[in-house]
Design a protein around this ligand. Structure first.
Ligand code: 6PG
Length: 466
């Protein structure tokens, strides 16, 4: 049976686009599709099999827009950046008032805000929609973060709720705020994703290079951890990946240690810094990917500076606890960025709801998210996740292990920037008085910047100016 809704179109049948299109068709919706190259469209019709009954293929975007009856809702699944602007520029003259353009890629939220202005000035509606879950999620149920007007959300909600992942039967999708809010939340999701992946890789590195354990053995430990407090998609796939073989060797051993990035992790850090926030775990993860790309320099560096990497021997429970503490900080830092953005852009983000829609379908789904949503619905000291009783108790119990792991890694010469970044954040937030009194004194000394004294008087100067 075909369900009646706005006439849906999807442009961009790459890996994610075709998976999302099949998901939409599978859920009973009729769909128009097109792609930059039309051979891809023909292949997609074949791939759709029986689902093609609800499918109307078109050879290009313009033709699709012209052939679709209004009201239209056209989903763009093209690479972020210029291809999105190009598609919008082509669609604007062809669409009618009341039609909607939905960008479902990993857009920079600044672009989404700009595009919302352009599209709405033309009398159309724009939705910036973050979609997480990789290919599998797009096909069988992603987590969906929507930004746009409530009216625009209302018009597509039945379809979005149907295709989204479900947690306890409820869709992992929601309208989070206006214009760029959905894409911003997806960007921070990816920032947390980068941090969690880096933390896992650092722990793996210590077990592998510090204790010479085989990847498969470490994979089994991750498999066990996935049954406890670390339960999550990323720990689960780490267990699988580390136990996999390629040509009789551990699969991970035949992969070059150079990580790419498409931008979302970096954008998280850039936007955080612009708002005066600093997310040490995410920054460390972005930096580690950048350094990893300098493979040749590292090769030369090993000869010049290397040779000192030593053994690390700690109980597995220490690694598990260290990862748990650092993961809590990664989420907490991500939500601090969301809080800053909510204030800066007046978005009124519902943090509990965001945690809820991340519980299924997305890459950072984990057992922690239930506690995170509960914490946001309760009374949060200072509005800070890491001070919520449940997380404060866990951090108090797990931080000594994080300290042992980070300490042992540093002593033996293993880089663990994300683990130490998490620890530095905990230690900074755990002391009411630190050392920026001296920084303030220096600023006043060389620039007469003035400081606030311990009695709360601002504009004070040190004796060096008497
Ligand atoms: C997701 C992923 C997905 C993708 C990102 C990160 O939520 O499904 O985050 O969007 O993995 O684009 O990619 P990079 O690691 O290449 O930046």
């Amino acid at each position: 049976m075909t369900k009646k809704l706005a006439n849906l179109g999807l442009y961009g049948l790459g890996t994610m686009g075709s998976a999302l299109a099949l998901n939409i068709l599978d859920n009973g919706f009729a769909l128009h599709v097109s792609n930059r190259t039309d051979s891809v469209v023909a292949d997609f019709v074949t791939e759709a099999g029986d689902l093609a009954a609800r499918l109307t293929p078109h050879n290009d975007l313009d033709q699709m827009a012209l052939d679709m009856p209004a009201p239209r809702a056209i989903i763009l699944m093209v690479p972020a950046g210029a291809p999105v602007d190009d598609a919008i520029a082509r669609l604007i003259p062809l669409l009618d008032k009341g039609d909607t353009i939905i960008d479902a890629g990993n857009a920079d939220f600044n672009d989404t805000r700009r595009r919302t202005g352009t599209v709405e000035a033309a009398g159309l509606t724009f939705i910036g929609m973050g979609v997480s879950g990789g290919e599998e999620g797009a096909r069988n149920g992603p987590s969906i973060m929507v930004g746009g007007t409530p009216q625009a959300w209302g018009a597509i909600r039945p379809m979005i709720d149907a295709i989204a992942a479900k947690f306890d039967g409820a869709p992992c999708a929601d309208h989070l705020g206006p214009d760029g809010a959905g894409h911003f939340v997806k960007t921070v999701h990816n920032g947390i994703e980068y941090a969690d992946m880096q933390l896992i890789a650092e722990v793996y590195g210590l077990m592998r290079h510090g204790a010479a354990r085989a990847p498969a053995e470490i994979g089994q430990i991750f498999e066990q951890w996935d049954k406890g407090a670390l339960k999550s998609y990323l720990v689960e796939i780490t267990g699988i990946v580390l136990q996999a073989e390629r040509d009789g060797k551990p699969a991970v051993d035949v992969i070059q240690d150079k990580a790419g990035q498409k931008g979302t992790g970096r954008w998280t850090v850039i936007e955080a810094l612009k708002m005066g926030q600093s997310a040490s775990t995410i920054e460390a993860a972005v930096a580690a990917r950048g350094w990893s790309a300098e493979k040749e320099t590292r090769g030369v560096g090993e000869g010049v500076l290397g040779g000192h990497r030593g053994a690390v021997s700690l109980p597995d429970g220490d690694y598990e606890q260290a990862l748990l503490a650092a993961r809590i900080i990664a989420y907490a830092q991500g939500f601090r960025i969301l809080a800053a953005a909510s204030d800066t852009y007046d978005w009124n983000l519902d943090f509990a709801r965001i945690a809820e829609i991340w519980r299924a379908g997305c890459i950072i789904r984990s057992a922690l998210l239930d506690d995170i949503s509960d914490a946001f619905r309760g009374d949060l000291p200072q509005g800070q996740l890491f001070l919520a009783p449940t997380f404060a108790d866990t951090l108090k119990a797990a931080t000594p292990a994080l300290r042992r792991v980070a300490g042992a890694a540093i002593a033996a010469g293993h880089p663990v920037p994300a683990l130490t970044g998490a620890l530095a954040f905990i230690d900074t937030m755990a002391q009411a008085r630190g050392t920026t009194d001296l920084v303030q004194a220096q600023r006043d000394f060389f620039g007469r910047h003035g400081y606030e004294d311990i009695d709360g008087r601002t504009g004070q100067h040190g004796p060096w100016w008497d």
